[in-house]
Design a protein around this ligand. Structure first.
Ligand code: GLN
Length: 548
């Protein structure tokens, strides 16, 4: 079967949740037995989001192959249960970079290099290459930005051309739009949708299906009006109302018949959707048997998107434990030894987040110390693990003023130091230790028990690591090294003795947690937190020790 391409554009405003709609449609098509992937086309000029501030862009999602990508790829992986790669995220910066590199090599010798056809050809090649790479049944192509934006134009034009390159019947155009409620008039308004569809149609990509975000249900007369003025059938006007949980969206889209319309229009050989496991998960998310509060300590907490995958991994881990984890967002800048008990007093677990730079480090160290001394389950991720090592070195191993050389280059005890291959690297983009690496776990540790196996693979994004020259000293004082990269002998997981659950990981486990495969460390951390909160009775798999 020829690969089919579904283009998803957005209109009227940004933030309509295009990524969730793409992921939800993907889930429904996967549930019908089809081989699906999702690609994000981002119209900005950065080559990738790796150099962008989390306030600007939210989390940088790292794939197995080490690509630094848009956080929507996280939704695709979590919803569809697939693995994405560099090919799944294309930016204008990358497209121009590739075209200009080719131009310098003489690939277009004699030609004037232009947006059309050279940039549009490059965009089309990225889309088709992904489809052909694994012979997918379907590639869902999410076009970032809003229709009418200047920077989206080459993408819309490329998709218009692609419709004819791969055959009109092998493509579908879905437009996500907003039907706002005007309180003064007491009604839903269709005009913004009409204008958005008009703009899209002027570019030659008229939509086959409209997904209409709305705060209120769309009645028949509104649907008929939208259908009539936007050149679609009434069955192709799909309402997308606000949902309690993003994980409900696939079910709501199924109720509205979105997957059915797609299957029919693309003439796909699809079976009935199998959503049994998905429905059970949504049920657990919506009706948990218990609740607990986790403190998430980080410096970007005003912008929750900066920690998107962590938040979702906690939802997955919560569902496995029939529980909901409420997050208490703690701005690390404001935490110190005096207020830490007030801030973290009632929580059942402490998660210290990843990050870069020295802002908020003292607050993170205070949070680690509090969790360690109080025996509160602690989970340190990347920078969070490094903070746990620094705190342990200073307060348990007599290494006064121990630090990471990221924060103090002349510290007497550089317990966290530059990785050798990072020394001398001056360029910022794409130069960290990135992507998936193997890690060997020690049996009987909390990490070892959580995974239930010895060899694991996890994704990385960092420049610094635990300094092997000080490893023995730390271990002599009770730091447990429970995971090591076998190839390079790098410390990947640390724990401490005499604590119910204290785990720091140099990698990013949150990036691999999906609905169908919740991450074992998150499942285990949530369970330890529920035990601490008194919701669950302690079992043998957790160490029976008291806090130091
Ligand atoms: N800044 C630290 C490093 O580069 C941690 C990075 C992270 O938390 N992702 O090693």
């Amino acid at each position: 079967m020829a690969t089919k391409y579904i283009f998803i554009t957005g209109g009227v405003t940004s933030s309509l949740g295009k990524g969730i709609i793409c992921a939800s449609l993907g889930r429904l098509l996967v549930a019908r037995g089809l081989r699906v992937t999702v690609q994000k086309l981002d119209p900005y000029i950065n080559v990738d989001p790796g150099t962008m501030n989390p306030y600007e862009h939210g989390e940088v999602y790292v794939t197995d192959d080490g690509a630094e990508t848009d956080l929507d790829l996280g939704h695709y992986e979590r919803f569809l249960g697939i693995r994405t790669s560099q090919q799944n995220n294309v930016t204008t910066g990358r497209v121009y970079y590739d075209v200009i590199t080719k131009e310098r090599k003489g690939a277009y010798l004699g030609k004037t290099v232009q947006v059309i056809p050279h940039i549009t050809d490059e965009i089309k090649a990225h889309v088709k290459n992904l489809g052909e790479s694994e012979n997918y049944d379907i590639v869902i192509v999410e076009i970032g930005g809003t229709v009418g934006d200047i920077e989206s134009l080459p993408y819309i034009e490329a998709m218009r051309q692609l419709r004819y390159d791969v055959g009109r019947k092998n493509t579908l155009s879905i437009h996500l739009t907003l039907v706002p409620y005007l309180a003064a008039a007491g009604e839903l308004k269709t005009k913004p949708t009409q204008h958005s569809v008009k703009t899209l149609s002027e570019s030659g990509l008229s939509p086959d299906i409209l997904v209409c975000r709305s705060e209120y249900p769309l009645d028949d007369s509104i649907r008929r009006k939208i259908a009539q003025f936007c050149n679609v059938e009434i069955e192709d006007v799909i309402a997308s109302l606000d949902a309690e949980s993003i994980y409900e969206v696939p079910l709501l889209m199924q109720d509205e018949g979105l997957d059915g319309r797609v299957i029919e229009k693309l003439n796909l050989p699809a079976k009935n959707a199998d959503l049994v496991q998905w429905k059970q998960f949504v049920e657990k998310v919506k009706n948990p048997k218990s609740e607990a509060t986790i403190a998430l300590v980080g410096k970007y907490v005003e912008h929750h998107d900066a920690y998107k995958s962590i938040v979702e991994a906690l939802v997955h881990g919560g569902a496995v434990n029939d529980s909901r984890l409420n997050i208490k967002w703690i701005q690390s800048d404001y935490v110190n030894d005096h207020n830490v008990a007030d801030l973290l007093g009632g929580v059942s677990g402490v998660l210290v987040a990843p990050g870069f730079g020295d802002r908020g480090i003292d607050g993170k160290l205070a949070a680690v110390k509090f969790a360690r001394l109080q025996g509160i389950p602690f989970f340190g991720i990347c920078l969070g693990m490094q903070c746990a090592v620094i705190e342990f070195a200073r307060n348990c191993a007599n290494l006064h003023d121990a630090n990471s050389t990221e924060f103090n280059e002349s510290t007497p005890y550089p317990v966290i130091d530059y990785m050798p291959d990072q020394r001398g690297v001056t360029e910022k983009g794409g130069t960290m230790r990135l992507g998936q690496y193997e890690c060997k776990l020690t049996e009987g540790t909390n990490a070892g028990s959580a995974y239930g196996k010895e060899l694991i693979n996890e994704r990385h994004r960092h420049r610094f690591e635990l300094n092997n020259e000080l490893r023995d000293t730390l271990q002599q004082h009770g730091l447990v090294v429970s995971g090591v990269n076998p190839e390079r002998n790098l410390v990947e997981v640390i724990e401490i003795e005499k604590h119910p659950w204290f785990v720091g990981v140099q990698f990013h486990p949150e990036l691999k947690s999906t609905v169908n495969e919740p991450h074992p460390l998150f499942v285990s951390f949530v369970k330890a937190s529920l035990i601490y909160a008194g919701h669950v009775v302690k079992q043998e798999e957790f160490k029976n020790n008291q806090p130091v």
